[in-house]
Design a protein around this ligand. Structure first.
Ligand SMILES: [Mg+2]
Length: 305
């Protein structure tokens, strides 16, 4: 099966820069400028934990496996160069067809972000489907955007709208690569990350790396339609879902307070950016609830085991 899949892969038309070698030899070959930083991330998703094979298409699984990595590249304000896709397929399933469809989903998304699939591996086992993607990226600046660097007084922003990704957003979200790069062109981002587990878990991670505290305001959170829909079935307020639901894959970033107005005046992108709070000195995190009451921010988002 592996040879048949490799043959299929070699026949696929992907846009690869002419000085690079993708699938077909023993390893991929890429040109790299001597002074350019190489940024690498990898993520593994598996059936029943990150998706349900019975409920989504194999193409959607391949897309998601790449998209979560592209979101991490976006979080560093970097650009992808290429990806490696590794499949652990359930024995007995029609493996070649499944592998091709997973590849198709990843390759289609990759094409829209100049991120060809440059290689990978396949194997089968008596367990469930697992898909691992590794992405290589380059940084258009001297330094990638890190979680450390936020300063007291910085404004805290998010892209897009938040909450309720379980209703479908966790499968078809758009990695915010161009947004991150444009944001950095407009103003001096001090720190950033992507929201994978929910703000109430991810913001403390950024604050810990930056050694700062924060206060966010539930009334400022950009609430998605899906969060409102979730609220109707859970009885929790929509802002709770915007604050705690995971897998939004939006950007969470900080901007010096004095540059916030400039950013908002200059930002014309179709993806909104919304100020949700302020970085503070100390290490404590607070939430102003819907009535303006200040309380400790409790991590109630999704945590990986
Ligand atoms: Mg991340």
């Amino acid at each position: 099966m592996e040879q048949a899949f490799l043959k299929y892969l070699a026949a696929q038309k992907q846009t690869i820069s002419p000085d690079s070698i993708g699938i077909g030899d023993d390893a991929a070959v890429l040109s790299w400028q001597a002074d350019q930083k190489l940024v690498v991330c990898t993520d593994l998703i598996s059936d029943e934990t990150d998706f349900h094979l019975a409920e989504v298409t194999p193409q959607q699984i391949g897309r998601k496996a790449l998209a979560i990595n592209l979101s991490d590249i976006a979080a560093m304000a970097c650009e992808p160069v290429g990806a490696f896709l590794t499949l652990l397929l359930p024995q007995g399933a029609p493996s070649l067809e499944l592998a091709k469809q997973i590849y198709e989903g990843a390759a289609q998304l990759g094409a829209t972000f100049n991120c060809p699939i440059l290689g990978g591996d396949t194997n089968s086992w008596p367990g469930k489907l697992a898909v691992s993607v590794t992405v290589l990226g380059r940084c258009p600046r001297d330094k990638p955007l890190l979680r450390e660097g936020a300063q007291p007084g910085d404004a805290i922003y998010v892209t897009g709208s938040l909450g309720g990704s379980i209703l479908g957003g966790h499968i078809d979200f758009q990695p915010r690569i161009s947004e991150a790069i444009r944001l950095r062109e407009i103003c001096g981002l001090t720190a950033g990350m992507d929201i994978s587990d929910g703000i109430s878990i991810d913001l403390p991670r950024l604050c810990e790396q930056s050694r700062v505290g924060a206060e966010i305001d539930a009334r400022l959170l950009p609430i998605s339609d899906a969060a409102k829909q979730m609220s109707q079935s859970t009885g929790r307020p929509p802002w709770w879902h915007a604050l705690n639901d995971g897998e939004d894959f939006e950007l969470l970033f900080t901007v010096p307070g004095a540059e916030a107005a400039h950013l908002e005046a200059q930002w014309t992108d179709s993806t909104p950016v919304t100020k949700i709070g302020t970085i503070q000195s100390g290490t404590k995190l607070f939430l102003l609830d819907e009535t303006g009451q200040r309380q400790p921010l409790k991590p109630e988002g999704f945590s990986h085991q």
